[in-house]
Design a binder for this molecule. Structure first.
Ligand SMILES: C[S@@+](CC[C@H](N)C(=O)[O-])C[C@H]1O[C@@H](n2cnc3c(N)ncnc32)[C@H](O)[C@@H]1O
Length: 205
């Protein structure tokens, strides 16, 4: 993986993790209804300044952050580093991470995350929508930004559409895939360009 954009980057403002309202609704829909036992959340690519900062976690809820980026307060670099006997998660979030992963790596990650879900647990994906005018502008902006920040080894971005992602999730055995764009942050003003809206999918086995 190349450089990341970090938890406070302007590139994250359209992520559900940037909005206290969205975070509260995520907890309400996917964590609070979980069976009465200590609940567990995995934030893949999360940061302490993102979802963790916005969340009032219900009692006895553990939040684990997997992110290789230094200085973001992660508990471990990659989800693949979790021990084999980890008890699994009621909610796994993957917000703004797929763009770093070529198709084969994404498939491997999603398969591993599927196997980390407990029972009725949910994998919640949020990703800048590469389709449409704003999405295309952002592709160009990210490419230039990565090049300027890191001239020798620029980050390579891989843009996955909502349709491709939904098809992949179904192929990997998720039987329920539900659009949740209602979890997007609602802002009274347009986000500074280029900020495409995220597509959001909730997937269950
Ligand atoms: C655009 S930021 C999103 C941060 C946060 N999830 C949010 O929505 O605000 C992307 C983050 O994904 C991390 N990342 C990239 N590849 C990853 C991987 N394979 N596993 C975990 N984190 C990864 C990067 O280090 C970066 O911090």
């Amino acid at each position: 993986m190349g450089m990341g954009f970090g938890g406070s980057s302007v590139f994250n403002m359209a992520s559900p993790s940037a909005s206290a309202t969205s975070v509260t609704r995520i907890l309400r829909d996917y964590v609070e209804p979980a069976p009465a036992r200590p609940r567990r959340i995995l934030d893949v690519g999360g940061t302490r300044a993102g979802f963790a900062a916005q969340a009032s976690l219900p009692a006895q809820t553990q939040l684990v952050i997997a992110n290789p980026e230094p200085g973001v307060g992660a508990d471990l670099p990659y989800a693949e580093d979790l021990p084999g006997n980890d008890p699994g998660f009621d909610l796994i979030m993957l917000f703004g991470v797929m763009m770093y992963l070529p198709p084969a790596e994404l498939r491997k990650l999603l398969t591993g995350l599927r196997d980390r879900l407990r029972g009725t647990g949910t994998l919640l994906i949020a990703e800048p929508d590469p389709e449409g005018v704003v999405g295309r502008v952002e592709i160009a902006a990210k490419t230039v930004y990565a090049l300027v920040k890191s001239l020798r080894t620029p980050t390579r971005f891989h843009f996955h559409t909502k349709g491709e992602t939904e098809a992949l999730l179904r192929e990997l055995g998720f039987t329920s895939v539900t659009p949740r764009e209602d979890l997007r942050p609602r802002r009274p003003f347009p986000l500074p360009p280029p900020q495409p809206p995220y597509f959001i999918l909730a997937a269950r086995r």
